[in-house]
Design a protein around this ligand. Structure first.
Ligand SMILES: Nc1ncnc2c1ncn2[C@@H]1O[C@H](COP(=O)(O)OP(=O)(O)O)[C@@H](O)[C@H]1O
Ligand SMILES: [Mg+2]
Length: 258
């Protein structure tokens, strides 16, 4: 892929992402092509024009469906830019999860539309979580397959995932997390649906990330998702030596029936 001269600056400048290297390194070129297709570059370009992104930094994470980059916005603050891949994502699986959510019931089974809806769902979920006071990244901007959110970390380095740096006081962290799940359920009317030690950052207080599966509580799947979230957390915290009530008890606490 030859990028137009004025779009080259959008390439992440972290290690291994130098434009000169891309010409030589076909593997790296493939990665870049998969993420930065021409439509995505134009979306980033518009985001630069409105100041949500000013300078692109390096890659933070490469996931199954999305890549996360750090960037600076016009105010000079770090932001996290999550770019969902259009060409190589498992959109059939994404579609299944989307239509389980009443908000996206009518979505067409079209690759591009599904991936765009996925990014918009994460954005809307982050907004709702934020309004409810859940500790999560502030939603800043989104368009098509690109989401811009507050960067959770220090000087462009994300806070560690709970999986990588286990909490010092597991019981206290568990209580705080349960409170976040409760706020999310009762105030934001959402179930995270992908909650585990992989999607919690410790600052050292727990912060929830990765809201792309977040589902409205009115979904017929909501209870099953909530049960799964709670049992993931129970499993992790039991391994950390915390004493944790049963999933049934936790469910009652979150729903306010306890
Ligand atoms: N808002 C954020 N601030 C800082 N780092 C983030 C942010 N969102 C994601 N990350 C980093 O990117 C990684 C992957 O993000 P996540 O949303 O979980 O995507 P995936 O769908 O690939 O699991 C996280 O583990 C974290 O290190
Ligand atoms: Mg994740």
């Amino acid at each position: 892929m030859r990028l137009p001269e004025d779009l080259q600056e959008f390439l992440p400048k972290g290690e291994g992402w130098k434009y000169e290297r891309l010409e030589k390194d076909s593997e790296m070129r493939k990665v870049v092509e998969r993420v930065f297709d021409s439509s995505t570059l134009l979306t980033l370009y518009r985001m630069v024009n409105r100041g949500s992104i000013d300078r692109f930094g390096g890659a933070v994470s490469t996931g199954k469906e999305a890549h996360v980059f750090r960037a600076l916005n016009r105010e000079g603050e770090y932001v996290a830019v999550k770019i969902y891949r259009v060409a190589t994502s498992d959109f059939k699986n994404m579609y299944r999860y989307l239509v389980a959510d009443p908000r996206f019931r009518g979505i067409h089974r079209d690759r591009r539309q599904v991936v765009y809806a996925w990014a918009s769902r994460e954005y809307k979920n982050l907004q709702r979580a934020g309004e409810a006071g859940v500790s999560s990244p502030r939603a800043l901007d989104y368009e098509k397959n690109v989401l811009v959110m507050e960067f959770l970390g220090k000087e462009g380095l994300p806070y560690p995932r709970m999986k990588d740096v286990p909490p010092k006081d597991p019981e206290r962290t568990f209580r705080k997390l349960l409170r976040e799940v409760e706020l999310l359920y009762r105030e934001a009317r959402l179930v995270h649906a992908d909650l585990s030690e992989y999607n919690v950052l410790l600052s050292p207080d727990p912060l929830l990330i990765d809201f792309s599966l977040g589902t409205d509580v009115s979904s017929p799947m909501a209870e099953e998702f909530l049960r799964r979230d709670l049992s993931n957390l129970s499993r992790f915290f039991r391994k950390q030596g915390a004493s944790v009530p049963s999933v049934e008890e936790l469910l009652a606490v979150v729903k306010g029936e306890g």
